[in-house]
Design a protein around this ligand. Structure first.
Ligand SMILES: *[C@@H]1O[C@H](CO)[C@@H](O)[C@H](O)[C@H]1NC(C)=O
Length: 224
């Protein structure tokens, strides 16, 4: 029996579509999928891998899966009037490889969590107390923002630059959640003006179209 061109091209076509779909699946998850129930991180291990090696299961205790680091109010007596307490794999090694983490952020009146981005995670957050202006910009430079109060939630898509500012009269508090055990944060002011070694002045004057005095002033404020 003669094979018509379409009867064998068609399966190839569908196989190609399936392969394209399968190869794109990893794009939907931030951290890789688990290979075991848990892997309590040995965050002080001498070897480095993508993540942390697992503590031997025989040494794992219930305490490895609980963390009280987010229960205390942070000290907001600093230039931003803000205190960030991370509940990530470094402070809570039980999160290792699980693909999630949370932060607590306290704000004094007027306090600011300055513009930053998380290279490895989408962020969602809920306001527990106070009144906060929450915003992010897209890669098309569209600014999305809203003032939120207790119980209200927000989302910041992965990698986009965002901030929160306390616009209420009293203190404010949010808890944020991430689809990474270590979302990372590039804080724009420090990543550009506080890098070590420093980014050359001519790069920054040209990038921001300002005089060198402005760059020097920024570097003086953010160098560490
Ligand atoms: C908060 O931080 C400031 C500045 O570092 C310090 O002077 C103050 O003692 C701290 N307050 C508390 C309650 O720890």
């Amino acid at each position: 029996m003669a094979i018509s061109p379409t009867s064998w091209i068609s399966p190839l076509f569908w196989l190609t579509i399936v392969l394209i779909l399968v190869s794109s699946i990893p794009c939907y998850s931030a951290d890789p999928d688990l290979l075991q129930d848990f892997c309590v991180g040995d965050v002080k291990a001498a070897i480095t891998i993508n993540g942390f090696p697992c503590k031997p299961a025989s040494e794992v205790t219930p305490d490895d899966f609980f963390f009280d680091g987010l229960s205390k109010e942070g000290n907001t007596s600093n230039r931003y009037g803000m205190s960030l307490t991370p509940g990530n794999v470094l402070s809570f090694p039980g999160l290792n490889t699980l693909g999630i983490s949370m932060n607590r952020v306290d704000f004094a009146p007027g306090g600011l969590n300055p513009p930053h981005s998380h290279p490895r995670a989408t962020e969602s957050g809920v306001v527990i107390k106070g009144r906060l202006l929450v915003g992010f910009t897209t890669t098309s430079n569209v600014f999305h923002s809203k003032v939120l109060t207790a119980g209200q939630m927000f989302v910041v898509p992965k990698g986009l630059v965002h901030f929160q500012k306390n616009v209420g009269k009293g203190k404010a508090l949010i808890y944020t959640a991430f689809n990474s055990h270590l979302p990372g944060a590039a804080i724009l002011a420090t990543t550009l003006f506080g890098a070590t070694p420093a980014i050359p002045n001519d790069v920054l004057t040209q990038a921001f179209q300002v005089e060198e005095e402005v760059v020097n002033e920024m570097k003086a404020k953010f160098s560490t």
